[in-house]
Write a protein of this length. Structure first.
Length: 208
């Protein structure tokens, strides 16, 4: 059985982040969603709570250091120390340094606890394609790996492998759940999602 964990998700109003929040909350994790569009996240959290899951939302603007600090305070109150951080790294909206500022506050308790997961979601999965994103992600992953040596904390990336069709948000949520729920002796470092060749008909349902 998967152990109960606390998870913080940034860029949380995106379809991929919502799907990930739903997947983690449904398996029993305590989830906090952070986004500029907090109303979307709060409505989604209410749906999850109505279904018996534990999920909350708080305002988070990665371009504003004061907002980041307030979010961290909210996180401590709502879920305690995070065992899992799922983040778009701020690349999708140009808030790279803000994302690192947030991570710098959430990661030390993981290191102190001797376990934790940091999952970086590539910006194309969040609806943006900055030209330098891949290089920035690889640099940050390498830096985290160096920081995490011998600590029990894992760092991973989920990204698109390209293709003609869109990536289904729920598929990314399943991958993140597998990464963060895998045995501590192993790590899925980089997972590339291969979309279907053709776009599926109909709308994606994040809670399916």
């Amino acid at each position: 059985m998967t152990q109960f964990r606390t998870a913080t998700i940034t860029d949380a109003s995106s379809p991929v982040a919502l799907a990930t929040a739903a997947r983690l909350a449904r398996r029993g994790d305590l989830v906090l969603m952070g986004s500029r569009d907090v109303d979307v996240c709060e409505r989604f959290a209410m749906r999850l709570r109505a279904a018996g899951a534990a999920a909350f939302a708080a305002h988070l603007d990665l371009a504003d250091s004061a907002s980041i600090d307030r979010f961290v305070e909210s996180a401590h109150y709502l879920i305690g120390d995070a065992d899992v951080l799922v983040t778009g790294a701020g690349v999708a909206n140009g808030c790279w340094f803000g994302a690192q500022h947030l991570a710098a506050q959430l990661i030390p308790p993981m290191i102190q606890a001797g376990r934790g997961d940091v999952v970086l979601i590539s910006p194309e999965l969040l609806g943006a394609t900055p030209q330098t994103a891949d290089r920035e992600f690889e640099r940050w992953l390498s830096g985290l790996e160096a920081e995490f040596v011998g600590t029990g904390v894992r760092a991973s990336i989920v990204r698109s492998a390209g293709g003609d069709g869109p990536v289904v948000p729920g598929d990314v949520g399943r991958i993140v759940a597998a990464m963060t729920g895998s045995p501590e002796r192993m790590r899925l470092r980089v997972v590339e999602v291969c979309p279907p060749a053709r776009s599926p008909l109909g709308r994606f349902t994040y809670m399916s």
